[in-house]
Design a protein around this ligand. Structure first.
Ligand SMILES: Nc1ncnc2c1ncn2[C@@H]1O[C@H](COP(=O)(O)OP(=O)(O)OP(=O)(O)O)[C@@H](O)[C@H]1O
Ligand SMILES: [Mg+2]
Length: 433
């Protein structure tokens, strides 16, 4: 194992009380404390997870002592060491050869999926980026092995959240880490916090936070005129098409889970999280009392039978479109979960109304996505195509040396966004009948 002496800054997992000595006393191996510190450069219990059998031999532990070390470690952090194995096994078998974890756990720090806790510094003093169903999201800095410092978002998952399905979580997290697409939020890796018994997901930081935050904010709203929204829905469909092609179902697609990197670049986040966390029926059933929960985004079969497929994602995608064109309104705002279930199902088959600024072409597409029968809903591949076709043309008059010429422009270059927001419907030539 290779570890930089005392370079590590244990801000997340603490070395505050010299817990290594205490641990080794518990394992009746305290005579090896100096060897751990000097030979392996291990100074805290948190760093023990990087230690493998070979390291124990180097330190001089006999076979029975190695067993005692392992037994005691497992007794204290049993779940974690098991999780580590599951994570490693899954990564080894599923990832592409270049993505594989190194064979020695001592090298996990170099792997991009499992991030050592001492490589993450969370800015607890700053206001958290937000709080969701699964935990609190903080700003942080990830210090990579090559010394590069990367701004990141750190989602701290509460213990209760993943206690139920840890190995499932690791399987899913491994898959989530391997997703790479321009419109998919990059999950850098996860951090196991042995001391606090919690888990963190480290991902790309979206400077403008979520799309629902942006659209609800009166100051930001002018940055998102209807033509831009029409472009952003294509980006979301494209990200979803990619996830679908990888066999991943999002299960919680909503504007709150679309992150904004610039007014013209959005990415889908939190894909697979509900599944990874083994979130059960309760998450959906309790939605009757909490509007933030995703009943309003769920297809009938997801609500009634708890079936999640790419077709249920397509349904949620259309609800996300609805949120976008209504500039952050709450779908089915006055309905309880049970009322939503009844409204969208037989015999009523009610659907959300067309938001004022939604082009008719886009509303028609949304309706197709809300077909009661999953098979009648378009696929994301088809959606990418039809949304591209439906993208509004803009007619903008520009000065030309030969006189006034009207050109069809597909960009907003000549129309300021604030002008656009003031009267998006009338400004859009030919898109909103
Ligand atoms: N990678 C990120 N970069 C910047 N801000 C983020 C990031 N991830 C989340 N946030 C912010 O934190 C808030 C909470 O995110 P979180 O995913 O925990 O909950 P949510 O998206 O509101 O709901 P859900 O629990 O359904 O995901 C988001 O609304 C967003 O503003
Ligand atoms: Mg989220």
């Amino acid at each position: 194992m290779q570890r930089q002496p005392s370079k590590t800054k244990m801000e997340v997992v603490g070395d505050k009380n010299n817990d290594l000595f205490e641990f080794l006393v518990g394992a009746e191996l305290e005579m090896y404390t100096n060897a751990f510190k000097e030979t392996l450069k291990v100074n805290s219990v948190a760093q023990l997870r990087d230690v493998d059998k070979k390291d124990l031999q180097i330190v001089g532990l006999s076979r029975p002592e190695q067993k005692r070390f392992k037994r005691y470690y497992d007794k204290r952090f049993g779940t974690w060491s098991k999780l580590k194995k599951v994570f490693k096994r899954e990564t080894d078998s599923k990832a592409a050869p270049t993505d594989r974890l190194p064979t020695s756990p001592a090298n996990v720090g170099r792997d991009r999926h499992l991030i050592p806790s001492d490589a993450i510094t969370i800015n607890y003093r700053a206001e958290p980026l937000g709080k969701g169903e699964f935990g609190i999201v903080y700003r942080g800095v990830w210090r990579r092995e090559d010394g590069q410092r990367i701004q990141c978002a750190v989602k701290t998952l509460t213990k209760e959240r993943f206690e139920t399905a840890q190995s499932e979580f690791f399987k899913e997290a491994t898959i989530m880490c391997s997703m790479e697409h321009d419109n998919i939020v990059r999950l850098y890796g996860i951090v196991l916090d042995l001391c606090l018994g919690s888990l963190m997901m480290v991902s790309e930081l979206a400077p403008l936070r979520s799309l629902s935050d942006c659209l609800r904010d009166w100051n930001q709203r002018p940055l998102f005129p209807v033509v831009i929204l029409c472009d952003l829905v294509i980006q979301i469909a494209s990200g979803m098409e990619y996830l679908d092609s990888k066999g991943l179902v999002h299960r919680d697609l909503a504007a709150r889970n679309i992150l904004v990197f610039s007014p013209t670049l959005v990415k889908v986040s939190d894909f697979g999280l509900t599944r990874a966390l083994g979130v059960g029926r309760t998450y959906f059933k309790t939605a009757t009392t909490d509007r933030k929960l995703p009943f309003a985004w769920c297809a009938p079969e997801a609500i009634n039978e708890f079936v999640f497929t790419s077709a249920t994602d397509v349904w949620s995608f259309a609800v996300t479109m609805w949120e976008m064109f209504s500039y952050g309104e709450q779908p089915w705002a006055t309905y309880s979960g049970e009322q939503i279930r009844q409204a969208i199902g037989p015999p009523m088959y009610h659907r959300l109304e067309r938001p004022r600024f939604c082009p008719f072409s886009h509303y028609r597409i949304m309706h197709e996505c809300w077909s009661h029968k999953p098979k009648e809903r378009p696929t994301f591949t088809k959606l990418c195509h039809v949304l591209q076709e439906a993208k509004p043309e803009q007619r903008v008059a520009i000065d030309d040396v030969d006189g006034d010429v009207v050109h069809n422009l597909m960009t907003l270059r000549l129309v300021t966004s604030s002008q656009y927001w003031k009267n998006p419907v009338t400004t859009m030539a030919g898109s909103a009948r």
